[in-house]
Ligand binder design. Sequence first.
Ligand SMILES: Cc1ncc(C[n+]2csc(CCOP(=O)(O)OP(=O)(O)O)c2C)c(N)n1
Ligand code: SF4
Ligand SMILES: [Mg+2]
Length: 284
Amino acid sequence: MEEQDKFCEYLSGVSPVWCPGCGNYGILSSLVEALGEIDLATKDIALISGIGCASRLPYFVKAYGFHGIHGRTLPIAQGVKVANPELTVVAVAGDGDGLAIGGGHLPHLARNNTDLTYLMFNNAIYGMTKGQFSPTTALSSITKTTPFGLFGEPTHPTALAIVYGATFVARGFSVKKEQLKDLIIQGIHHRGFSFIEILTSCSSFNTTDMNVARIIKRLEPVPASHNVEDKVEALRLATDEEKIYHGIFQRVERPTLEDRLQEVEKAAKKNGARQFEALLGQFQ
Ligand SMILES: Cc1ncc(C[n+]2csc(CCOP(=O)(O)OP(=O)(O)O)c2C)c(N)n1
Ligand code: SF4
Ligand SMILES: [Mg+2]
């Protein structure tokens, strides 16, 4: 089979409804190429999303898909993984979906080390609802909801994932498709919670701070000498004011949620009946 045909196998045939020039097209293409290279069967993949332009992704990929509700991507994705650990689960959210309304879920999947890959499409705006500021919009930006300039400092998704303890943390860029494909492959192969921030552009409602030309000027690969187990240095690179580092910041090994649930299940099977009787005994 031609290589191109193989990647097309992972496209659902539903045409994306994204605007012309939207960075999400590049991400879709990197994702299907990554799935093709890993050679995953489409029946073994589940794509879970929230609400937003980013979250439309599951429609366009041939796999199981769940287009959820705003901000609830991660709890749904974790539920899917726990119910069927054999599935390769990929969660997708925008910066608004994943860091505003849904921001409270990230620390918990990171600390649980749920074995799934989380792609955060960061275009620094609410694209779908036509241009309100998001948690990653740059200070002083003029948006639909900040006509006199935004007053909040932007959050750094990669830095948050590092601090919360995600065991694989990377940053890619929708335009650097080959590297993004590679990061997605590594994220999927990693056992545990893989967080990938993907810088992308909203060609309709954010033409300033996430402008492709501006990002390219500041882009710099994570230094080859970086020790991916050095959390402090990972954080320094992720929050650099001048350069936008891309690549892998953090990669460590730790038992996953699924490993720990198996231990709990074993303990419950061994001692559960005795403990239950003792508990009932307290009420006799
Ligand atoms: C509970 C709830 N509140 C608000 C909305 C409206 N809403 C839909 S998408 C969205 C923001 C999407 O922004 P982001 O997650 O950054 O995705 P993008 O469209 O930029 O890819 C909002 C506020 C909603 N659908 N549900
Ligand atoms: S509104 Fe922005 S993020 Fe949404 S499809 Fe259009 S360009 Fe892409
Ligand atoms: Mg957005």
